[in-house]
Design a protein around this ligand. Structure first.
Ligand code: NAD
Length: 352
């Protein structure tokens, strides 16, 4: 075994169907008395339910979270937290809502209690992102790592099948890149393979019945593991490409991950054979790249950039940005090969 460094992110996880009932206990354990509850406008009813559960420990609801945390919305939420004298933020929702909580914590140091309702995994990372003047800046800061995470599969029953599949593939992407990370370690690799297995195995069950609580629990468990990997080791070409495409062409986050992953894995395959074996084993497929593509295709998720709003004349620019800064990736970043990768992703060509 090679030498490695392992550092865990300190957070408390409360997992299980009905786990939301422990919210008041968990807020008390944080020593908080004045929680500000965050959600998107679409999930305002969930935020109100959380406020009811907290009674007088809830001081307000800010139901204006939007994708990619625009600086204006971060400022408004920070002002609201100050105005109300909040001593904690409760984020119920997907990565966008958790991201808003992180923007508040980055400035104020307020503890976050996250209640994830998608499989994006942001709740397990100290990575934040804030968008200003069309540019999304990301960074890592220990203050933004949620202190407590309540995973309650019952809260994911309303996630439509399409988003369930793409969000699950977003989770699988974290684990897949974690398996070939230059700063990876055997513990994270173990979590990554198990995360892929649990997520991929739950998908066909949810395709039959999106309200299957046991399958939802398995998927959320997989997403937790995959998110932990994202938080602990460095990501490579796949995440860089998705960040570029999402930011520069305003493409939907989980769908971009779904479309790019098979092609990023094919690009790296010959340079990371052991990682590919583990991805394939997790998927229960013969090949990592084709296995991910088939998983998406089988569940009617998008498999082509052209179908999710990518303009054909943007591919050259995307390839340029992807190679602007060198970063660790199993296969060196080659402009021509990345341009080809993007073309295949644009067309939706199945990798071998
Ligand atoms: P999202 O949070 O934008 O949610 C998409 C939509 O689904 C929203 O309208 C939301 O209200 C709704 N929704 C969420 N859960 C639902 C449920 N259970 N039932 C019905 N509707 C539900 O989507 P996302 O993919 O979770 O997050 C994407 C964002 O998170 C991106 O901005 C991405 O960059 C960020 N992200 C950050 C990290 C990190 O570590 N910092 C990790 C992953 C994703």
């Amino acid at each position: 075994m090679n030498a490695f460094i392992y550092q865990s992110n300190p957070s408390r996880v409360v997992f299980g169907a009905g786990a939301l009932q422990h919210l008041a206990r968990e807020i008390e354990a944080l020593g908080a008395r004045r929680a500000l509850i965050l959600s998107t406008p679409e999930q305002a009813a969930s935020a109100r339910h959380v406020a009811e559960l907290l009674g007088d420990r809830a001081v307000g609801i800010f139901a204006k979270a939007v994708m990619h945390v625009p600086i204006e919305s971060a400022r408004e939420a920070r002002d609201e937290a100050k105005r109300l004298g909040a001593d904690c933020a409760v984020a119920i929702g997907g990565g966008s809502t958790t991201g808003l909580g992180k923007a508040i914590a980055l400035e104020s140091g307020l503890p976050i209690l996250a209640i994830p309702t998608t499989y994006a995994g942001s709740e397990m990372t100290s990575i934040y992102g804030i968008t200003e003047a069309g540019l999304k800046k990301t960074g890592r800061d220990a203050r933004v790592l949620p202190r407590t995470v309540i995973y309650d599969p019952e809260l994911t029953l309303t996630l439509p099948l399409g988003m369930t599949v793409t969000s699950g593939l977003n989770a699988i992407a974290h684990a897949a890149e974690g398996l070939y990370a230059h700063d990876g370690n055997p513990i994270m690799s173990m979590m990554a393979e198990e995360g892929i297995r649990a997520t991929a195995a739950a998908m066909p069950r949810l395709a039959i019945d999106t309200k299957d609580v046991a399958a939802r629990a398995d998927m959320l468990y997989g997403a937790w593991l995959c998110g932990t990997v994202l938080g602990a080791v460095s990501m490579g070409l796949h995440h860089k490409l998705c960040h570029t495409l999402g930011g520069s062409f305003n493409l939907p986050h989980a769908e971009v991950h779904t479309v790019i992953l098979p092609h990023a894995l094919a690009y790296n395959a010959a340079h990371a054979p052991e990682a590919m074996q583990r991805v394939a084993r997790g998927l229960g497929s013969a090949s990592a790249a084709a296995g991910v593509f088939d998983l998406a295709h089988r569940h009617h998720a998008p498999t082509a950039l052209k179908d999710i709003g990518m303009p054909a004349d943007g591919l050259d620019h995307a390839a340029d940005i992807a190679v602007q800064n060198q970063y660790p990736n199993p296969r060196p970043l080659e402009r021509a090969a990345i341009r080809e990768l993007l073309q295949r992703a644009f067309d939706g060509t199945r990798p071998d």
